[in-house]
Design a protein around this ligand. Structure first.
Ligand code: TYC
Length: 102
């Protein structure tokens, strides 16, 4: 009896921390917004340099849309709204949308 070891039941809670899903911000082409203005907005809102912004703008221009970057949902929504709003202020139909990454 003296050698009987009483074991404490071990309780281990498995915690799984999932990474938050990331959202893509997508630039859509239109026929009216001037190219140079799109480049300015990309630089201001998405902190791109001139050549990166130009390449992204041209990709949207030629293919109809271009994925700009991925962010957490809040940041993606805010940036898409900011970019769209800058165009709207000038009367342009410039449009940024968001969608979740697979
Ligand atoms: N297609 C526009 C033009 O020819 C330029 C443009 C490029 C507009 C990309 C939107 O997402 C865009 N003036």
């Amino acid at each position: 009896m003296a050698d009987k070891v009483i074991e404490k039941p071990r309780t281990k809670v498995a915690t799984k921390t999932e990474r938050p899903k990331l959202w893509k911000v997508i630039l859509l082409n239109d026929d009216y917004t001037p190219r140079e203005f799109v480049v300015q907005v990309l630089k201001a809102v998405f902190r791109m340099n001139e050549s990166h912004a130009y390449r992204v703008m041209m990709t949207a221009h030629q293919k109809g849309a271009c994925v700009i970057a991925v962010y957490t949902k809040d940041v993606a929504d805010t940036k898409a709204k900011e970019g769209t709003e800058l165009g709207k202020q000038k009367g342009y139909p410039l449009y940024f949308t968001t969608e979740p990454e697979e």
